[in-house]
Write a new protein. Structure first.
Lengths: 236, 283, 283, 236
């Protein structure tokens, strides 16, 4: 691990670093199950912040602080005690709506997924909502979702493997492009219209110090819940 | 565990599990735990052996393998849940087949709405308000939910979800005692299920000789027997889901299930093997 | 406990208790436990020493000695509670004097209404419905409560109580740890108070070297540090109320208080003695 | 204890026996704090029923089954799981209303007591409500309470040291007079009008077997929560 060049990093490490940046100033970040990259981002933010934010990894043992049953996460969020939360989505549209449920007209979906989980609630009560998809797929980033699992319209960020957007005043605005992607390519791979403020900035790259934290303590903490994801950290 | 021990251990639990299963009538609204927390798989197996029919499953707040097995075996008429999947092992094949075929009614919900509905039943009130959620298409489609203007200032719209009162709550814990007390630990959703349900059935790894309420530390995580209709000691009764720190989920079985159950025929063969006994699943 | 030990034990806790008391601003809505469950009397003493002013006490769901002391000492502007008494030792003399003199506002309530209000705050909703209670004169007098026709069939009238969100929840437990986790055991109302409150202050008999959440059995009765603003180790910090199985209520002190506080002058003398130190109470 | 004549009994023992009779058929009886006689009645009913009803003594350790905080009794009652509950009252009126709060016009009461506790709720949700006062005081049994803590109007029983009434169709009906009391005396000491069905019956006396249970296992169980009250059991 020590031998890795600190100027080389994987796309995943860039995403994790970007997520950590979005969590700046948060007091408590909760991360749902099956979310290794957001979990790593939250853990990195905690390292960078010297122990703050508090990180609650659902499904984790050491970092899951809840003792009042599975409703406690939701109550905690409703109390305003969860500053940031992540959602993925089979579809995300230009209004910031998220669809986790299925494709096609409801209820006779052409394709059904697991369900809505707590997304309809969490999206409406947490302060800082971060939509995250590792791939940047035009079939996912659509003009209008088939089913609104969680309503958009509130300020949030959308981070994909290609770019970072913020949702503001009713539309997504490109905040930065990841290295190697072009604006034309981004437009062609995004199903919804978004605003751009010229000149187009590039997503900040992880510093050597950040990468060291990521490959050291963050990797170790992540491995307790996501051993396979932790093993992939390092330059690609 | 040796084969002989395993065989011995299996016979008794099957009978014990069946005593609980027979208390679940066809058509019951049956509250079940998610795969990560106290699933009474041995009792579910007896329900399928019977076979039960027309069950209405309620996920608290989501469902996994046990629900997919019941659905694939034709025991289920309706499902209300926030999600139904095999977690890391992917979507739930029998559920998706039944959804496509239209053989089950699906009442899509969201975790906090199910918790709120159960809490309403727990508190004996007809509904509970729930913050957020408005704007989700769930609210449009759930005709049994209501949106009212908050009677308190500033009078914003707020969602009300009706009480969910299960006919039966079924789950598996590490320890019960002779008084019907059941230790659930931090899995308080199991306690809420029991408070809300008319009948609560609990299978357990082991019976404690001591009354669980007699020790202040244990009492803090114990569902009182007051709410428990019947218990049964069923060692390994949660497998292949996990049971606390006693044993983890059996990922090999999950993976095999996910693979086999991808087709109706494969599901049927898996089910036959499962009903015949654990060992066959290794084949 | 010898006199020397007692003296030594008292100095440090007084400082520790004061660090919590200083986080309770004048005028705060302060949620307190009933006398049978985790009262932080040492912190209350520091509030009186300050002296705090204009506190609005919320009984969860009722109050006893600690509230009577605060009221008699002039720290209190309002009380919302289902009851306020010294239990077997009779009515609360300072409370009754203040009620007669009209120097405090009393918001009479009933236990489940207070639990419902705190649960509403815990769940982030503006109100909670409560079954029953209708017909009680409380409903006529509590202008902040509402009765609506249930929006669900059959549409009977139902009481709604607004969320109760304390500025501060203050209580005493047996054990805390370095992460701010606090073991409350079956006293879940303390957990609800903390969930509902903006600030939670916990005094404790002792600090555990181990993280209370690391052990599944202890975790079941533990309030996570997530909700705890500050803690302080204050041995004997609940006395003269009791603390779990560590020590019982000191009935001799209660009896002496009930007798002395029957007059305003007697209350003042008792209070002076109590502020000066435990030993004097024996005189 | 063995030496007590089983044909002699105290008024308190008669009341306990009468309470046990009122609990016949109950599955779960809850008894509030500071209620030794109702507690003894519930424990006697449990002995007579061979372990049924279940008895929850609030404030007790061994017979208090609740683990979900002090709200659980109320939730449990609202769920229909508490078949019988007892209320005292500074005032009880002819409509079955109970006043625990204070005397005089509210809110400027001329005399205030501890408060309403859970009475407004319990009175409206339990199946079998039993109003109990050991003394039979006309200042307590009034035409109209000064403050309705718990609303009447529902079927219930009222047991005092002098008689047993049932509330039915809007008024109290005398069910039985305890030995030694006359109907005239009862009328003069009762502030509200009540109905009488002639001939007036006498409250059933405890049988020798019942007294043996009361002075044996019930006394022992009671002593755990109410040592002083337990010590008074026996002939007066």
């Amino acid at each position: 691990m020590r031998g890795w060049p600190v100027t080389t990093f994987s796309r995943r490490e860039l995403l994790i670093t970007t997520i950590a940046g979005l969590l700046d100033g948060c007091g408590h970040v909760a991360v749902g199950a099956a979310s290794p990259v957001p979990a790593a981002g939250a853990l990195l933010a905690r390292e960078l912040g010297g122990g703050r934010p508090r990180v609650s990894l659902l499904g984790g043992l050491r970092d899951n602080p809840f003792t009042d049953g599975s409703r406690e996460l939701f109550d905690c969020a409703a109390q305003g005690r969860v500053d940031a939360f992540f959602l993925g989505g089979a579809q995300i549209d230009g209004e910031g709506n998220v669809n986790l449920l299925g494709l096609g007209p409801y209820p006779a979906l052409t394709r059904r997924f697991a369900g809505c989980f707590g997304a309809p609630f969490m999206a409406t009560v947490v302060q800082r909502l971060i939509l995250f998809r590792e791939d940047h797929d035009p079939r996912c980033l659509v003009e209008r979702v088939d089913f609104v699992t969680a309503a958009g319209g509130r300020p949030c960020h959308l981070l994909t493997g290609m770019a970072l957007f913020r949702f503001d005043a009713g539309r997504f605005v490109l905040e930065s492009l990841h290295p190697g992607a072009s604006l034309d390519e981004l437009r062609s791979r995004t199903g919804f219209a978004f605003a751009v403020t010229e000149p187009c900035t590039t997503t900040s790259l992880p510093s050597p110090g950040t990468l060291a934290l990521l490959r050291g303590p963050v990797r170790a903490a992540l491995a307790e819940v996501y051993p396979r994801a932790a093993a992939t950290l390092g330059p690609s | 565990m040796s084969g002989a021990q395993r065989g011995t251990a299996r016979a008794a639990p099957t009978v014990a599990a069946a005593t609980l299963a027979q208390r679940i009538p066809d058509g019951a609204l049956l509250a079940l735990a998610p795969d990560y927390s106290g699933c009474a798989l041995a009792v579910v197996r007896e329900l399928i052996r019977r076979p039960a029919r027309g069950l209405r499953l309620l996920g608290v707040p989501q469902l996994g393998l046990q629900a997919d097995l019941l659905i694939g075996a034709g025991c289920v008429a309706e499902v209300e849940t926030a999600a139904l999947s095999l977690g890391e092992h992917g979507l739930a094949p029998a559920f998706l087949r039944a959804a496509t075929a239209g053989t089950i009614v699906i009442r899509d919900s969201t975790c906090p709405a199910i918790h709120a509905g159960l809490t309403a039943a727990e508190r004996g009130v007809p509904f509970l308000p729930l913050c957020g959620v408005l704007g989700s298409d769930l609210v449009r489609w759930r005709k049994d939910w209501r949106v009212i203007d908050d009677p308190f200032p500033p009078g914003r719209p707020i969602l009300l979800v009706p009480a969910l009162r299960p006919d039966v709550a079924l789950f598996h814990v590490e320890r019960i005692d002779a008084a019907g007390n059941a230790w659930v630990g931090v899995r308080r959703e199991l306690m809420t299920m029991a408070h809300a349900a008319r009948t609560t059935l609990v299978s357990a790894e082991a019976a404690s000789a001591e009354n669980l309420l007699a020790d202040a530390t244990l009492a803090a995580g114990t569902l009182p027997g007051l709410y428990v209709t019947a218990t049964a000691v069923v060692p390994h009764g949660a497998a292949p889901t996990g049971c606390g720190k006693l044993y983890p989920r059996d990922d090999a079985v999950y993976a095999r299930y996910a693979e086999r159950a991808a087709t109706a025929g494969g599901f049927a063969r898996f089910l036959d093997a499962w009903l015949a006994g654990d060992d066959v699943l290794a084949a």
